[in-house]
Design a protein around this ligand. Structure first.
Ligand code: FAD
Ligand code: SIN
Length: 528
C-alpha cells in the first residue's frame, strides 16, 4: 500500500524500516516481507531517485566467454587498488543469478534477433556484459520491482516522508524520525533500519543526479555515530549534456560503446591520442581529458554519432534522442556539446558484506553504502548490480534481527547530547555549497583549494540548526554535513587514485595510501 502521508498508516511500529525506494530498498523489502512487516519511507514520489533514470544498463557475467572472475578482474582494475576483494567477488559471483531472478520476475532486457540477450560494451569492461532495456534500463527494473512490492501486503510505503534522523537507544538504532507531507514530525520504530537513500550528486553545481540525491543517508548515519569511508572518491561522468540553461542530462556511456566518438571543435577524435583505451577509458580519465581539451582549445568538446546508422541510433537510444530533440539537437546527426558532471559516490556509510553498519540495528545498501566494492572508481553499470545484490543480502541479514525487543520508554534522540543551535547566524544557499564543491572539490583538486573548502564548510557547519522538519533546511544540512566529509577526506588523501585527482600529488602512492580514510562522529568527539 502506498500512502501520501502518515495518516493512512495505523502502526508506525514495524518489524523493518527502509529509508528510500530505489533498487536497493525495493530488493531488500522483497526479502524482508518474507519474515515480517516492512515500512518504506521515501522523501518524494515513490519512483523518484537515481534508479529510474539509469540508462546504460546492469552489468553481469552472463555472456558467452564471460565469467565472474573476468568481471571481478575488470571491477578491481577500475577500482585502482582500493576495492575490497571479497566484496567484488561476492558481487560478480552473485550478480548473474540475481539478474536472472529479475528476468524471471518479468524484466524485459533487449535481445538479439535470435533471442539471445543483447549485451552492451561500456568503458573499462574487457567484454560486452551490460544488459539493457534500450536506454531506459532503470525504468524497466523499477517497473518489475514495483510490481512485486505493490502486490505484497506486508510492505507499506509512505511517500513524501523525509527522514531527518535515526534514533539511537543504548547504542542501537531503534527508530527514525521523519517529517510527513503535512509537516508533522513522526517517529517510526523498528528492529532494524536500512538506509537506502542513494547518492549525493547534488553536492555539485553540475550533476546527472535527480534533486533527491543530497547525501541525506551519509549525514544521518554520521550524526548517529556510524562510520563513513572513502568519501573522497566521487565519480564524474564524462558526458553530460552541456548547454547553458539546460539540466545536465546524461548521455550514456553506451553511446560510446556503440561507436560514438568524442571530438573537439576542429572535429579531431582527441581521446585516441591522450589515452591508450581511447573513448572507452575509465570515466575519471575521460572526464579529465575532456576538461584538459576544453582548456587547451578554449572551445567545447562534443559527442558525435555520425558514423552510426541513423535508424539504429534512434531505435537503440530513444530516451536520449528525445532529450536531445527537446533542446533542438538531433542525436544521430548533430554534434552534442558535453562536459563532466558529478554522477556517483563510491564512498559512503561503511558496511560489512551483510550491509551492517558500525551502529547496531542500522544497515545500509546501494549507493549510500560503502562495501568497498567500487574502490576508488566504479566500473560502469556495476551500481544497479550493487543495489540488487547487496540490497538482497542486507534484507536477508536484517531478517535475523527481527526478534530483538523494542524498548519504547527510554528512547533518547542522540542530538540531546549535542550542543544546540548556535545563534541566529545566516546559513548558506544550496548554490553556494555547490559552487564551493565544484570549484575546490571537483575533478582537479589541490591542497590550497581543499583547505579553503574545508574551512568554508566548517564555518557553515557551525551555524546549522541541529533540528529541522522542513525540506529546504534538511537539504542544506545534508549537503554541508556530507560535503564537509568529502572535502576532509580529499584533503587528507595526498595522492591521486581513481576518481580522486590531486594536482599537487599527481601519482598513485601505494606505500602510504593503500588504505581507506574513514571518519565517525566519535572520532571528532575524541579528537582523533
Ligand atoms: P536511489 O535509486 O537513488 O534511491 C534513493 C531513494 O532514497 C530515493 O527514493 C529517494 O527519494 C530516497 N531518499 C533520499 N533521502 C531520503 C530521506 N532523507 N528520507 C526519505 N527518503 C530519502 N548505474 C548503473 O549501474 N547503470 C546505469 O545505467 C546507470 N545510469 C545512471 C544514470 C543516471 C542519470 C544516474 C543519476 C545514475 C545512473 N547510475 C547507473 C547509477 C545508479 O542509477 C544509482 O547508483 C542507483 O540507482 C542507486 O540506487 P539506490 O537504490 O542506492 O538509490
Ligand atoms: C551510463 O549509462 O553511462 C551510466 C552507467 C553507469 O552509471 O553505470
Amino acid at each position: 500500500m502506498i500512502f501520501r502521508n502518515g495518516d493512512g498508516v495505523n502502526n508506525l511500529d514495524t518489524d523493518f524500516l527502509i529509508v528510500g525506494s530505489g533498487i536497493a530498498a525495493l530488493r531488500a523489502a522483497l526479502e524482508l516481507a518474507n519474515v515480517g512487516t516492512v515500512l518504506i519511507l521515501t522523501k518524494a514520489n515513490s519512483m523518484e531517485g537515481s534508479t529510474i533514470y539509469a540508462q546504460g544498463g546492469i552489468a553481469a557475467a552472463i555472456g558467452e566467454g564471460d565469467s565472474a572472475e573476468i568481471h571481478a578482474a575488470d571491477t578491481l582494475a577500475a577500482g585502482d587498488g582500493l576495492c575490497r576483494e571479497e566484496a567484488v567477488h561476492l558481487l560478480t559471483n552473485q550478480g548473474a543469478s540475481d539478474v536472472q531472478e529479475l528476468i524471471n520476475w518479468g524484466a524485459r532486457f533487449d535481445r538479439n534477433e535470435d533471442g539471445v540477450l543483447s549485451l552492451a560494451q561500456e568503458g573499462a569492461h574487457t567484454m560486452r556484459r551490460v544488459l539493457h532495456a534500450r536506454d531506459a534500463t532503470g525504468r524497466e527494473i523499477c517497473r518489475v520491482l514495483w510490481q512485486k512490492v505493490s502486490g505484497d501486503e506486508r510492505i507499506s510505503v509512505i511517500e513524501h516522508a523525509l527522514v531527518l534522523d535515526v534514533v539511537v537507544d543504548e547504542g542501537r538504532c531503534v527508530a527514525a524520525r521523519f517529517a510527513d507531507e503535512k509537516g508533522r514530525v513522526l517517529t517510526a520504530h523498528s528492529s532494524a533500519t536500512l538506509l537506502a537513500t542513494g547518492g549525493a550528486g547534488q553536492l555539485y553545481r553540475d550533476t546527472t543526479n535527480p534533486p533527491v540525491a543530497t547525501g541525506d543517508g551519509v549525514a544521518i548515519a554520521y550524526r548517529a555515530g556510524a562510520r563513513v569511508i572513502d568519501l573522497e572518491f566521487i565519480q564524474f561522468h564524462p558526458t553530460a549534456l552541456s548547454l547553458a540553461g539546460h539540466p545536465r542530462f546524461l548521455l550514456s556511456e553506451a553511446l560510446r560503446g556503440e561507436g560514438a566518438k568524442l571530438i573537439n571543435e576542429s572535429g579531431d577524435a582527441f581521446m585516441s591520442s591522450v589515452d591508450p583505451a581511447g573513448d572507452l577509458a575509465p570515466r575519471d580519465r575521460v572526464a579529465r581529458a575532456i576538461t584538459n581539451e576544453v582548456k587547451r582549445t578554449g572551445s567545447p568538446v562534443y559527442l558525435t554519432l555520425d558514423a552510426l546508422p541513423e535508424e539504429f541510433v534512434r531505435k537503440r537510444f530513444p530516451l536520449i534522442a528525445a532529450a536531445c530533440q527537446s533542446v533542438g539537437l538531433d542525436l544521430a546527426r548533430d554534434r552534442i556539446p558535453i562536459g563532466p558532471a558529478a554522477h556517483y559516490v563510491m564512498g559512503g556509510v561503511e558496511t560489512d558484506l551483510d550491509g551492517q553498519t558500525s551502529l547496531p540495528g542500522l544497515f545500509a545498501a546501494g549507493e549510500v553504502a560503502c562495501t568497498g566494492v567500487h574502490g576508488a572508481n566504479r566500473l560502469a553499470s556495476n551500481s544497479l548490480l550493487e543495489g540488487l545484490v547487496f540490497g538482497a543480502l542486507a534484507g536477508r541479514a536484517m531478517a535475523h534481527v527481527s526478534r530483538v525487543s523494542r524498548t519504547r520508554s527510554a528512547l533518547r534522540h542522540f542530538e540531546d547530547n549535542v550542543q544546540s543551535v548556535v545563534g541566529q547566524a545566516k546559513f548558506p544557499t544550496v548554490k553556494e555549497v555547490q559552487d564551493v564543491m565544484w570549484r575546490y572539490v571537483g575533478l582537479f583538486r589541490d591542497r590550497d583549494g581543499l583547505g579553503k573548502a574545508v574551512s568554508i564548510l566548517n564555518r557553515w557547519a557551525e551555524v546549522l540548526p541541529k533540528n529541522c522538519s522542513d525540506e529546504g533546511t534538511s537539504r542544506i544540512i545534508s549537503l554541508i554535513t556530507t560535503g564537509r566529509l568529502v572535502a576532509n577526506a580529499a584533503l587528507r588523501r595526498q595522492e591521486s587514485r581513481g576518481a580522486h585527482y590531486r594536482s599537487d600529488f599527481p601519482s598513485r602512492n601505494d606505500i602510504d595510501w593503500s588504505r581507506h580514510i574513514g571518519e565517525s562522529r566519535h572520532d571528532d568527539l575524541n579528537g582523533s
